[in-house]
Design a protein around this ligand. Structure first.
Ligand SMILES: [Zn+2]
Length: 298
């Protein structure tokens, strides 16, 4: 436990029990332990499972949280890009805050149980555990790809291979793969979309303090939804908004077409890997996003 001193909001970010936000490296192994720890005893509103196993033998975990019976399913994804692993630390620390204080009234007088009563979050806290581990311990901290050298956020069918900077062969970034959904990590995300109707999605990335939204392939209705989501999340976080444009095989592109629902991509920091010194500010900007998005579905 870290002593609660100074700015109460900052202290809240650092007041962890399990998810350590005081150091740069938050590893896959730590996250897997924390998933077990923060879920224990809360089976009425938290569950988790392994969706698949990566080529290097790690689990891609799904954590469900909130009203587990709700049809208002909100998808949250983090660390599809290896070097953006602070997004896992952020999502896990937010989950810890919500779960461990589920019945504690917050500043608005409501408990998280009340705020999240009409929604169920489907959280993928670390889509790319092999890449994250390579970034943290493998000597190439700037890697975005997975363990096979494929950029998972270019491996989806819509706009596959269309990114202007697409690489021709496996490497640290921008290689879309030999075929769409060639990787177990992306295949399992596509399966998740096939098996569930999501009302919206937030994808966490970490470069640029921006909210990306929209794709030229979206229907008019989805385009409006994306813009509204970006406006809402922008008003909470203060991040600038940027329209994406042409589909490039990203998960957001694919989500918009398969689910016919809006999404936003939140770029949480100014550098990758994001320095831990930025964590408190990032946490404070993001901790109210999930409750406000949940309010849309009450
Ligand atoms: Zn990214």
């Amino acid at each position: 436990m870290v002593a609660l001193i100074g700015n109460p909001l900052q202290a809240k970010a650092m007041g962890f029990v399990y998810v350590d936000v005081s150091k740069q490296i938050y590893s896959y192994d730590e996250m897997m332990e924390d998933i077990i720890s923060i879920s224990a005893g809360h089976e009425d509103f938290v569950s988790y499972s392994t969706l698949t196993t990566t080529s290097q033998g790690r689990s891609v975990c799904l954590l469900k949280f909130g009203n587990l019976a709700s049809d208002n399913k909100i998808l949250i994804t983090a660390s599809i890009h290896a070097r953006e692993y602070m997004t896992s630390q952020l999502v896990m620390r937010m989950l810890e805050e919500y779960i461990l204080n589920y019945d504690v009234p917050q500043a608005n007088g409501l408990t998280y149980r009340q705020m999240f009563d009409s929604v169920c979050f489907y959280v993928l806290p670390m889509i790319n555990p092999d890449g994250v581990t390579i970034s943290q311990f493998g000597g190439t901290p700037r890697i975005k790809s997975n363990g096979n050298g494929v950029d998972l956020n270019r491996n989806f069918p819509l706009g596959f291979g269309q990114a202007p900077n697409a690489a021709k062969k496996p490497g640290l970034s921008n290689y879309p793969g030999s075929t769409p959904l060639s990787e177990v990590e992306t295949l399992v995300m596509a399966t998740l979309l096939n098996e569930n109707d999501f009302v919206t999605c937030i994808n966490y990335h970490s470069m640029g303090e921006l909210i990306y939204y929209g794709a030229s392939t979206n229907s008019a209705e989805v385009a409006i939804g994306c813009k509204n989501m970006a406006n809402l999340v922008g008003s909470i976080t203060g991040y600038k908004k940027l329209y994406c444009g042409n589909a490039i095989g990203s998960f957001a592109d694919y989500f918009g077409s398969v689910e016919a629902a809006p999404s936003v991509t939140i770029e949480i920091g100014t550098a990758t890997p994001t320095p831990i010194s930025q964590f408190d500010e990032i946490y404070n900007r993001n901790i109210n996003v999930w409750p406000e998005v949940a309010r849309l579905y009450q």
